[in-house]
Design a protein around this ligand. Structure first.
Ligand SMILES: Cc1cc2nc3c(=O)[nH]c(=O)nc-3n(C[C@H](O)[C@H](O)[C@H](O)COP(=O)(O)OP(=O)(O)OC[C@H]3O[C@@H](n4cnc5c(N)ncnc54)[C@H](O)[C@@H]3O)c2cc1C
Length: 447
């Protein structure tokens, strides 16, 4: 049977695209080899943030002692994880309902390429005028001697946990390791983070890492930067991780969070699908792959690995397929957040990236201990930074580290999307006393 559209993967971009095409009367086939809804709903953003809701509530309750509120904190970990799984189920069934449309054929199997323009799944062959790959990424499994075959955790099985591990070793100091590691520590596990880089969140600015490290240590986390792991062993109960300097660490649980690798459909490369230098599906500005009428969106296409990016890719590919060539993979201000405490909210470029891109860039920084709300709430660990173009006054980027900074950074994202300059921000009257009040104060440092 021939379809108007084939979508491989039910991630953040693929689902709404399939649903919109079906609603417009097109015949659509959707392939999903795993759980409907992809990473975000099942093993990513949704469960991790539901988990952090409990973990951060515990952390905040303990931190309240500094402002003379003393709580006896007890985390019912099995119940926390039951709630997380309940939230996953709710979202997943919502996603399943969205795909239950008469014009959508849902194939619950892995799709493989059979030549450049056809797919096979469950022994059946499918042809479509347009194929959109939304296959996402999977947790990377590093080749550490002894690791394979042990019952280690990744984000893919973390949310099946029922009991709290007394001790947890986290391998990886990126956002997934930090969010889940801080979450476990706040739930009561003794957490060690083994990080091959010399600081956590090594892709962010050094003072963002430093603020986060202060907070992680306050939570009792043992941070080991520059850790070179040489062996992992599991004796049936306990993990032992050995470093190059022969230091050993023991724990009941081991969480591996060392990055994510793209899911490439079987047969795709043989059919001529090109990959970029990092192994992701190579696409042009309009999401077109090297195969005719085959497009790729979201994580698998090397886009910044965020749900809102994959979802925004859907809006762009939909417009592009309707003939609007003005939409491209990069016509947006990129923002994202790390949901540790403090949070790291980012928009656009850092100073280093702006200078490297040739901008006449300048940055100003306001420490949070100069913001009234932060002092009043006793949450002064962090800073606000603004990067501007000194020739055009354009806001090029921002790094906000602090309490709920992932919310606050949208002020900058909106300014940037609207083409506002730092002068507009400087003139804005923000409410006293809020964290947001710090943003015009930050811009005033440029006057
Ligand atoms: C722990 C964790 C926390 C995260 N937190 C956040 C966050 O707070 N905010 C944020 O923006 N992002 C977050 N992310 C990232 C976010 O989840 C991903 O960027 C987003 O889900 C990517 O979606 P996607 O549409 O590209 O693909 P995915 O959602 O990964 O979907 C791809 C789907 O394709 C299916 N598939 C793959 N190959 C085939 C095939 N050959 N045939 C059939 N089906 C196939 C897979 O089973 C999967 O269901 C997090 C990720 C993780 C792991």
């Amino acid at each position: 049977m021939r379809y108007d559209l084939a979508v491989v993967g039910t991630g953040q971009g693929g689902k709404p695209l399939a649903s919109d095409f079906a609603a417009a009367g097109k015949r659509v086939v959707v392939f999903e080899r795993g759980a409907i809804g992809g990473t975000c709903v099942n093993v990513g953003c949704t469960p991790s943030k539901a988990f952090l809701a409990s973990a951060h509530a515990a952390g905040r309750a303990r931190r309240a002692a500094a402002i003379h509120v003393h709580a006896d904190v007890r985390v019912d970990f099995p119940a926390v994880m039951e709630r997380v799984r309940g939230v996953i189920d709710e979202w997943r069934s919502g996603n399943e309902r969205r795909l239950a449309e008469p014009n959508i054929t849902l194939v619950r199997a892995e799709a493989a390429f059979d030549g450049p323009n056809a797919l096979v799944a469950n022994g059946e062959r499918y042809e479509a005028d347009v194929i959109v790959l939304n296959t996402g990424c999977s947790a990377a499994h590093p080749s550490i001697p002894g690791l394979a075959g042990t019952p280690y955790l990744t984000n893919e099985n973390f949310f099946t946990l029922r009991g709290l591990p007394a001790r947890t070793i986290v391998i990886g100091g990126g956002y997934i390791g930090l969010e889940l590691g801080q979450g476990l520590a706040r739930c009561g596990s003794a957490v060690t983070i083994l990080n091959s880089a010399d600081r956590v969140l090594a892709n962010e600015e050094a003072d963002a890492s430093a603020a986060l490290e202060r907070s992680l240590r306050e939570d009792g986390i043992d941070l080991r930067p520059g850790a070179k792991i040489t062996a992992v062993r599991h004796d049936g109960t306990c993990f032992t991780v050995t470093l190059a300097d022969r230091t050993t660490f023991e724990s009941e649980a081991l969480l591996v969070a060392t990055g994510r690798t793209p899911n490439i459909p079987p047969g795709a490369v043989d059919a001529g699908l090109a990959r970029d230098a990092r192994g992701f599906i190579a696409i042009d500005d309009h999401f077109a792959t090297s195969l005719p009428n085959v497009y790729a969106i979201g994580d698998c296409a090397g886009q910044p690995q965020f749900t809102h990016v994959s979802w925004e890719d859907y809006r762009r590919i939909k417009a592009i397929l309707a003939g609007d060539r003005s939409r491209t993979r990069s016509d947006r201000v990129l923002g994202y957040a790390t949901f540790t405490e403090p949070q790291v909210g980012r928009a656009g470029l850092t100073l280093a990236a702006a200078l490297a891109a040739g901008h006449a860039a300048r940055a100003v920084t306001l420490e949070l201990d100069a913001v009234a709300r932060a002092i009043e709430w006793n949450e002064t660990n962090g800073f606000f930074r603004l990067v501007v173009d000194t020739q055009t006054d354009a806001i090029l980027g921002a790094t906000l580290v602090g309490y709920e900074a992932g919310e606050l950074v949208h002020v900058l994202i909106a300014h940037m999307e609207a083409g506002g300059t730092w002068r507009t921000l400087e003139r804005s009257v923000h409410i006293h006393p809020t964290y947001a009040e710090g943003l015009p104060s930050l811009a005033r440092l440029l006057v």
